[in-house]
Design a protein around this ligand. Structure first.
Ligand code: HEM
Length: 415
């Protein structure tokens, strides 16, 4: 056990160079300070867990609570911990903020409505949305794939799935745009967007209750377990977390994934050759590999020690926050062969990109469907897609939890 921190990694954590490529700093942490106490840019102190074995264990450790009331610094009250705007909008009681037994009850109820079957039946709709978005720029020869493709696809997909009427979906696009632009920064606009979204969702739930359909919101209202139902507030918080957890993450899967393929022509050819031959196995392993190699969620969401515990030989005190660095764990050479190499056909790949344990991503089947459809369609329809600017000019969005590009300008031969 150390009683002092070893020298800092380089580039230093959360600097501008770090955001462009955090992996060398994470390699340094895994080697030199695998459970590392740091002060975040917000001023909040937290432990970073970077080795795969420690990360996997921490994600499933019941002594680490997701409920911010356990935080010793009580930073949540100042809006420094958690999802921007959720506190002011009273949407706190969602899956990522609660522990068993409440978590077990809510997760069981939502799982009855948000089933793998519902997602599988949604595949033609995701394909149609993907084609419609590509139609919007395919004739032009250039596009910003974040704004015109990766950003709208998950928003429209989840709105459709929830049962938000088509004429209201552009409002969601605006609110989500505000949330993604300001996620890591000032919260004023975000709080307003979250408030509007909540009011809208409550109203929609109210309307659906009067005339149930076969959409997911109707499914949430209908779902019952031992006679228990979701309250209207719980259903609104659930719809909100589905939108929130399923939106920026999927934007980043499509954005980071496309970017990784544009930088690696050999791997890209492996994928396009397989698709041209009608084989989908590389697409399936490839999406998992892109989640491991440069995944959408850099750090898992906040956890707080409910009692003193030890991780990787370091003593964590009651109330101290633990942040599991998924991006570091998924490049750990102790678990992955050649971890810094993109290998779309990688088979032994138990990555933590969707988390692990009871909070494992509820939307993983939908995320995989969207990721596969988006990448396969884009690379097949626009075969000579290439980056329009030098790699060094691309900017990454700020924010602690997510890793994603601000823009991804490309050129291609018009369709
Ligand atoms: C939880 C990743 C897409 C809904 C999580 C967690 C991760 C994750 C890492 C666990 C966080 C933690 O333990 O701190 C991703 C990635 C996605 C994605 C990488 C896209 C590529 C989606 C989608 C939805 C969704 C599309 C829903 C529509 C959720 C929900 C939880 C969750 C509700 C909380 C589950 C719980 O606490 O029981 N996701 N996610 N996610 N995700 Fe996803």
């Amino acid at each position: 056990m150390h009683d002092h921190e070893p020298a800092a990694p380089s580039p230093s954590l959360f600097s501008w160079e770090f955001a462009a490529d955090p992996y060398p700093s994470y390699a340094w942490l895994r080697e030199n300070s695998p459970v590392h106490r740091t002060t975040l840019p917000s001023g909040v102190n937290a432990w970073l867990v970077t080795r795969y074995a420690d990360a996997r264990q921490a994600l499933a450790d019941a002594r680490l609570s997701k409920n911010p009331v356990h935080h010793s610094e009580r930073a949540h009250a100042k809006g420094k911990v958690g999802i921007p705007g959720e506190r002011s909008a009273d949407l706190m009681t969602h899956l990522l903020n609660i522990d068993p037994p409440d978590h077990t009850r809510l997760r069981r109820l939502v799982s009855k409505a948000f089933t793998p079957r519902r997602v599988a039946e949604f595949a033609p709709r995701v394909q149609a949305l993907t084609d419609r978005l590509i139609d919007g720029f395919a004739g032009r020869g250039s596009a910003d794939l974040i704004h015109e493709f990766a950003f709208p696809l998950p928003i429209y997909a989840i709105c459709d799935l929830l049962g938000v009427p088509a004429e209201d979906q552009d409002d969601f696009r605006d609110w989500a745009g505000t949330m993604i632009r300001h996620g890591g920064g000032p919260r004023g606009g975000v709080a307003r967007a979250v408030k509007r979204m909540r009011a809208y969702l409550l109203e929609l739930i109210h309307r659906k209750r009067a005339a149930l359909g076969d959409d997911l919101i109707s499914g949430l209202i209908r779902a019952s377990d031992h006679g228990e139902h979701l309250t209207e507030n719980e259903a609104a918080a659930m719809a909100f977390i589905l939108l929130f957890a399923g939106f920026e993450t999927t934007v980043n899967l499509i954005g980071n994934g496309t970017y990784a393929l544009l930088r690696d022509p050999g791997q890209r050819r492996v994928l396009t050759d397989a698709l041209a031959a009608g084989e989908t196995a590389v697409l399936d392993t490839g999406v998992e590999e892109l989640l491991r190699y440069d995944g959408p969620v850099e750090l898992a969401t906040w956890r707080f020690a409910t009692e003193p515990l030890t991780i990787g030989g370091r003593r964590i005190g009651t109330g101290e926050p633990v942040l599991v660095v998924l991006a570091a764990a998924d490049r750990d050479p102790a678990r992955f062969d050649r971890p810094d190499t993109l290998d779309l056909a990688r088979r032994d790949n138990p990555h933590l990109g969707f988390g692990h344990g009871i909070h494992y991503c509820l939307g993983a089947p939908l995320a995989r469907l969207e990721g596969r459809t988006a990448l396969a369609t884009l690379l097949t329809r626009l075969p000579d897609l290439q980056l329009a600017v030098p790699e060094g000019e691309l900017r990454w969005r700020g924010g602690l939890i997510m890793r994603g590009l601000r823009e991804l300008p490309v050129t291609f031969t018009p369709e």
